[in-house]
Ligand binder design. Structure first.
Ligand SMILES: Nc1ncnc2c1ncn2[C@@H]1O[C@H](COP(=O)(O)OP(=O)(O)OP(=O)(O)O)[C@@H](O)[C@H]1O
Ligand SMILES: O=c1ccn([C@@H]2O[C@H](COP(=O)(O)O)[C@@H](O)[C@H]2O)c(=O)[nH]1
Ligand SMILES: [Mg+2]
Length: 231
């Protein structure tokens, strides 16, 4: 198991906060403006973990592919791991499939175990964990099992209308890419993901990225966050 060697909470000093209301509660999101000097140097002895958050269709997977190419991260999509589990005919397969169809969240124990296995079987130490944690329960289960917090949290902020349009046009044969499941996924995202986003914002780890624009335009907002990391 890896051990944390350095805190990165000092890395996000150039930031401004925005207040907004969600589900009757007031949240404060930190918008960070990182420069090269603010990025930690990852150590091969300890994992450098980035959580990639955002609603369905906000472009997490698309941007992860660009980050992998530019900065040599290993991309771990929690959704892909669950879909792989279904395809493998595992004992959990049918319950995972019905959970995904309903747009709900698979028990943390299952997802964290899959992520842990993937991390431990990798030679890399730089990880993008995409689409996880989706709830406070997910977050706590990860931190307890893996024994560490993420170094960086990206949040792709995208209007609902745009997310729905993208998902309906995705055309990858996903069982959850239909209007009924998308509505449920958006509801679950609103209810359970905002507390996670708020938590990491308060920890000074959140980078909120406006996810409207072309893929390349959005990546140009992501690039400076990782620029000091070598590939
Ligand atoms: N900036 C963009 N502009 C237009 N379309 C985009 C953009 N980024 C991604 N897309 C397209 O939108 C769809 C959803 O993108 P992607 O799969 O990356 O989202 P996601 O956040 O991973 O979604 P999910 O949570 O459902 O897995 C894909 O078809 C992708 O090609
Ligand atoms: O941590 C996770 C990640 C995903 N799920 C379930 O999978 C689908 C699809 O996830 P994507 O990130 O969009 O690929 C999601 O709606 C959940 O049902 C999960 O339960 N836990
Ligand atoms: Mg995805």
């Amino acid at each position: 198991m890896w051990r944390r060697v350095a805190s990165v909470s000092h890395l996000f000093s150039h930031s401004k906060s925005t207040k907004f209301n969600q589900g009757g509660s007031t949240f404060k999101i930190w918008e960070t403006f990182t420069s090269e000097s603010e990025i930690p140097t990852p150590s091969k002895g300890s994992p450098f973990i980035t959580f990639v958050l955002g609603g369905p269709g906000s472009g997490k997977g698309t941007q992860c592919a660009k980050i992998v190419e530019a900065f040599g991260f290993t991309h771990i999509s929690a959704g892909d791991l669950l879909r792989r589990e279904i395809a493998s005919g595992s004992a959990y397969g049918s319950v995972i499939l019905s959970t995904i169809r309903e747009g709900k969240i698979v028990p943390s124990q299952v997802t964290v175990q899959l992520i842990q296995k993937e991390m431990e079987s990798s030679d890399n130490y730089k990880f993008l964990i995409d689409g996880f944690p989706r709830s406070e329960e997910n977050r706590k289960a990860f931190e307890q099992t893996i024994g560490t917090e993420p170094d960086v949290v990206l949040f792709f902020d995208c209007p609902e209308q745009e997310m729905v349009k993208r998902v309906l046009n995705r055309n990858q044969g996903r069982v959850d890419d239909n209007i009924d499941t998308i509505k449920k996924r958006l509801e679950i995202f609103d209810e359970l993901n905002w507390p996670v986003i708020n938590y990491y914002s308060q920890r000074g780890k959140l980078h909120k990225i406006n996810a409207v624009g072309t893929v390349d335009e959005i990546f140009e907002k992501v690039r400076p966050i990782f620029a000091p990391l070598s590939k």
